[in-house]
Design a binder for this molecule. Structure first.
Ligand code: 6U4
Ligand code: NA
Ligand code: NA
Length: 168
């Protein structure tokens, strides 16, 4: 590959639940993920993340950088630099869009869940998410800054990865 392309991915984590979207089209179709997309020319990744969250889920939030990931996918001739953002509050009404079907998931261990409504939510569907997500989602849920690197093979399997905590 000869290019790096910048992307964003944003999660709302609130009261023991996490908002994910089912990707209805394009790259990662059929997987659950945060809301996000390409950073446009002239935008910061924060601006892009807030714009994409509104475009894909209909809501606005003051996002904060939670982590940074660098992916290589043997099927794609560029590398992905993805900034992961989080917010604990948002404004507006969550809506389904052409690209994403939003849904809340339980973001706690069952034994930690006191709110019965949260306990009834489905668990985070790691088996229907990008294979790397299970390695950094715990850091995101714990509010630990993280960085990572993942290599996907042509057949879609995760060949190599690491995730580390950012300490300063
Ligand atoms: P268009 O259709 O051009 O508007 P856009 O919404 O800008 O597309 P899209 O949806 O293709 O971009 O962005 C890809 C999304 O997939 C970004 O949110 C980043 C995310 N993504 C890509 N590889 C990922 C991976 N391995 N793990 C992960 N998210 C990934 O969790
Ligand atoms: Na997108
Ligand atoms: Na876009």
């Amino acid at each position: 590959f000869t290019e790096v392309r910048r992307y964003t991915n944003a999660f709302i984590i609130q009261d023991g639940k996490i908002l994910l979207g089912y990707k209805k089209r394009g790259y990662g179709q059929g997987l659950w993920n945060g809301f996000g997309g390409k950073v446009e020319p002239g935008e910061s990744s924060l601006q892009a993340a807030e714009r994409e969250l509104e475009e894909e889920a209909g809501i606005r939030a003051q996002l904060r950088l939670a982590g940074t990931l660098f992916f290589i996918d043997a099927k794609v001739p560029w590398a992905f630099h993805i900034d992961i953002f989080v917010a604990h509050t948002f404004t507006g009404e969550i809506i389904e869009t052409d690209e994403m079907r939003p849904q809340w998931f339980c973001a706690q261990m069952a034994e930690d869940t006191e709110d019965p409504e949260v306990a009834r939510l489905p668990q985070i569907p790691y088996d229907r998410m990008w294979a790397d997500d299970i390695y950094w989602m715990p850091q995101l849920l714990r509010d630990t800054p993280f960085a990572g690197r993942m290599d996907f093979a042509k057949n879609g399997t995760l060949r190599k990865w690491w995730v580390a905590k950012v300490v300063n």
